[in-house]
Structures are given as structure tokens and as C-alpha cells.
Ligand binder design. Structure first.
Ligand SMILES: Cc1cc2nc3c(=O)[nH]c(=O)nc-3n(C[C@H](O)[C@H](O)[C@H](O)COP(=O)(O)OP(=O)(O)OC[C@H]3O[C@@H](n4cnc5c(N)ncnc54)[C@H](O)[C@@H]3O)c2cc1C
Length: 400
């Protein structure tokens, strides 16, 4: 059987936004780097998100201030380095009589959000005037008390991931698609031996450091690394979006489900409309994640509750999996919405890591996460010559 052989400083497993970010950060620091992806770049969770580049207003409620501050800082960086890919959007928050979140709570949350974002023009919020409120096309007016407006951003998550990969390649990162990680073992005290499969071919990669960025597959991949310590237990939480063919607005509506009061977004998307998302525990193979009938009905009901005269036709539904480190209070009724969204970096050895595994995280914060990974990598590989700084490297849509 044919074999391919490589020898590099770092091997990254997974071509989602985290793998792409790590490839860019490590290659631009001068380490020789390979990324392997079992399918196609970005076709896992990183093309199934809500596509928001945001601080996450709802995390204010759970006190995750540091996550929000970091994410808003990253939003500002991405707006500068990727203006073609990151689009500033008005977010509209209608307050109805039935809302769980009361008006004063919302004003407090928006004020904290604004403070954490550094009080600039992109973090200001305001209440819409009565005439602006009445002009919101099709929004249910019954029970409507007020509408607040603030700023966040939207992207094409797949295009962003591809752009980051494109940037990594400029620094000589090799990217192998359709190449699945099989197992890793220790070859010498310095070198790890990794086996992967590309079609029918075996691919052998010797490296000094392994980055496990396989998203929802993280536990499966971790189990195939002989010397890795197992990481935190995780919940895989499915989130579904529905796509419709007609636009409602250029703005993003941030609404509360009238039944269970979960936050839901209604967003413009490629000339049509997206509504999402849900939170349903997923068990088993991540590849089998599929929207359920119950999720589809739940989202349809919310869409037509708030936009009763909307004429758009349903196009498709798709789902992605969040990786959330398990809640410490197992007896408590699980509210996934309340679980911490901070990225956990798990290492086999904090002084000189051989395996760095990325648990959870946000699309918005990928660059900051990758920077933390590259800082950890330097502990094992030594400081390489820094060729570029990812906070100022422009990112371009691969279609250009
Ligand atoms: C419904 C939903 C909505 C979200 N919305 C937002 C949002 O609006 N804003 C935001 O900031 N974040 C959002 N997130 C979070 C964000 O999307 C994820 O944190 C991020 O996309 C995860 O990227 P990843 O690279 O870790 O995983 P993935 O994108 O899943 O990438 C992992 C990759 O590893 C590959 N892989 C798996 N096993 C192997 C193997 N054996 N060999 C080689 N490759 C392998 C997979 O094929 C996959 O491509 C959302 C998440 C979900 C689920």
C-alpha cells in the first residue's frame, strides 16, 4: 500500500475555525505546520453556527463578563482585518409584555455590554422612537412595549474559516483535506508518530506537538492518542437553524421564545432569512446530528408568532453541535443556556505540552484562542521567529 511521510513541528487535527486559527497562528510564528481534515475545510460546526461575530449579550445574564469583553475585543479586531467578511449589523430587541427579561434588566445588560465593549460608537444602544418602531416591517405589535437597538456583527462562517486557512497557507502551512487522523503514539522523547488515512493511502506524520481541534469529535480523537490525558467530560448540544427564501429585514431580531423564553435570532442570510437556534442534547456519533421535527416546529412557531404575515418559503434546516464542558451539578436540571462558554485548553503537561486540546469555544474568539495555543506551543518548541501578527494580518474572502 502507498504511504506518504511528513515531518513537522506541529500537526493540527481538524479544519474548523479553531484548527484554521491555530494553523495561521503557528505557521505565522515560523513553526512548520500541517493541518489534517477528515472532510472538507469548515464543513463541521464552523459552517453551522449562527454566523454572529459578537460579544454575546445573553452571557451578561450568566455573569460571563470576561468572555464578553474578550469577544467584543475580537469583534473589533476582525472588523478591522476582515472588512469583506465581517458585517456590522443593527440588532433589534423587542420587549413584549410576556417577556421573561424585563425592560430594566435589558437596559442594565445593554449598559454593561456597552461598558465591556469600551463605550465606542459600535457599542452604543438606544430605544427606537414610536415611529421607528411602527416602521419595523411585519413585526407583531400586539403586547409590544419597546424596541432597543444595539450593534454587533455577522459573517459567513465557512468563508471566514476558508480565509483563515488561506492565510495559514501563505506561511507554508500544509493542508490535507479528506485526511482522517487514526492514532498517535510516542516515537522518541521528542517525537510523536501520527497515522492518518487519505483515501486508501496511509499518511505518517512525525511531529513534536499535536493540536486536537476536532470540535465535537474531540473525545474520540483524544482516545486515540496513546499518551494524552483525558480531558473534561463534555455535553454535545445540538443547535438547529431554519432557512427561508425571503428577506424580512437587513437587521437582526433578537427575540424570546414565547413558550420557554429561550433567546432566538431572526437574521438576514443570502437574500433570505435564518432563524435559530435550539439546544438539545446529542448523544452518539457527531456525524449523525440532524434537525428533529420538534426543533423545526419550535422554530417555525416562533417565526410566525413574531412575523404572522411573513410569506417566505421554507428552504432547509441544518444543525451543528456545541461542545460544552459538563455542568458540575449533575443533579440540577440542565439548562445548557447557562453552561459556561469559555474555551478550555487541555494539555498533557503544562510545562512542555505535547498535546493541546481545544474544548468548546466561539467562532468570534477563534483568533484569541489560537494565540493562547501558540503561546503554549512555544513552551515545547521554543520561541520561533515571529513572521507576522494575526491581529493585524488582513483576511480575504477566498472567493475574491
Ligand atoms: C448552533 C450553533 C451556533 C453557534 N453560533 C455561534 C455564533 O453565532 N457565534 C460564535 O462566535 N460562535 C457560535 N457557535 C460556536 C462556534 O460555531 C464553534 O465554537 C466553532 O465553530 C467550533 O469550531 P471547531 O473548529 O472547534 O469545530 P468544527 O468546526 O466542528 O471543526 C472540527 C473539524 O474536525 C474534523 N475532524 C473530526 N475528526 C477528525 C479526524 N479524526 N481527523 C481529521 N479531522 C477530523 C471535522 O471534520 C471538523 O471539520 C455556535 C455553535 C453552534 C453549534
Amino acid at each position: 500500500m502507498d504511504q506518504k511521510k511528513f515531518a513537522v513541528d506541529v500537526l493540527i487535527i481538524g479544519g474548523g475555525i479553531h484548527g484554521a486559527g491555530c494553523a495561521q497562528a503557528l505557521a505565522s510564528r515560523g513553526y512548520s505546520t500541517i493541518l489534517i481534515e477528515s472532510g472538507q475545510i469548515g464543513h463541521g460546526t464552523s459552517s453551522r453556527s449562527s454566523k454572529l461575530v459578537h460579544g454575546g449579550l445573553r452571557y451578561i445574564e450568566t455573569g460571563q463578563f470576561s468572555l464578553v469583553r474578550k469577544s467584543l475585543r475580537e469583534r473589533a479586531i476582525l472588523e478591522k482585518i476582515a472588512p469583506d467578511l465581517i458585517h456590522s449589523r443593527q440588532f433589534l430587541l423587542p420587549i413584549y409584555r410576556h417577556n421573561r427579561l424585563k425592560r430594566w434588566q435589558l437596559i442594565l445588560a445593554l449598559s454593561i455590554y456597552s461598558l465591556l465593549g469600551g463605550l465606542n460608537k459600535n457599542t452604543r444602544f438606544k430605544r427606537l422612537s414610536k415611529s421607528e418602531q411602527n416602521n419595523l416591517a411585519g413585526l407583531k405589535k400586539d403586547g409590544l412595549i419597546a424596541v432597543y437597538q444595539y450593534w454587533d456583527a455577522q459573517t459567513n462562517d465557512l468563508a471566514l474559516t476558508q480565509a483563515v486557512i488561506h492565510s495559514a497557507k501563505q506561511y507554508d502551512c500544509q493542508v490535507l483535506e479528506q485526511t482522517a487522523f487514526i492514532k498517535a503514539s510516542q516515537l522518541t522523547s521528542k517525537t510523536l508518530q501520527v497515522q492518518a488515512r487519505q483515501n486508501q493511502q496511509t499518511v505518517n506524520i512525525d511531529c513534536q506537538l499535536l493540536v486536537n481541534a476536532s470540535g465535537p469529535w474531540i473525545e474520540k480523537v483524544q482516545a486515540q492518542i496513546d499518551f494524552a490525558r483525558s480531558g473534561p467530560e463534555v455535553d454535545l448540544v445540538q443547535g438547529t437553524h431554519l432557512e427561508y427564501d425571503q428577506a424580512i429585514s437587513d437587521d437582526i431580531f433578537y427575540l424570546e421564545s414565547p413558550d420557554d423564553h429561550r433567546p432566538v435570532f431572526i437574521m438576514p442570510w443570502q437574500g433570505g432569512t435564518l432563524i435559530g437556534t435550539t439546544e438539545v442534547q446529542h448523544r452518539g456519533n457527531p456525524a449523525n446530528s440532524q434537525p428533529t421535527e420538534a426543533e423545526i416546529d419550535y422554530l417555525k412557531k416562533i417565526l410566525f408568532h413574531y412575523f404572522p404575515a411573513y410569506q417566505g418559503q421554507f428552504v432547509q434546516a441544518w444543525s451543528g453541535l456545541r461542545v460544552l464542558p459538563k455542568h458540575p451539578h449533575k443533579a440540577a436540571v440542565r439548562r445548557f443556556a447557562k453552561q459556561a462558554r469559555e474555551t478550555v485548553l487541555h494539555v498533557d503537561n503544562s510545562f512542555s505540552p505535547q498535546v493541546i486540546s481545544i474544548y468548546g469555544g466561539k467562532l468570534t474568539a477563534y483568533r484569541a484562542t489560537a494565540k493562547r495555543v501558540a503561546d503554549l506551543a512555544a513552551k515545547r518548541l521554543g520561541r520561533a521567529k515571529k513572521l507576522a501578527d494575526t491581529s493585524i494580518m488582513p483576511l480575504q474572502s477566498p472567493q475574491k
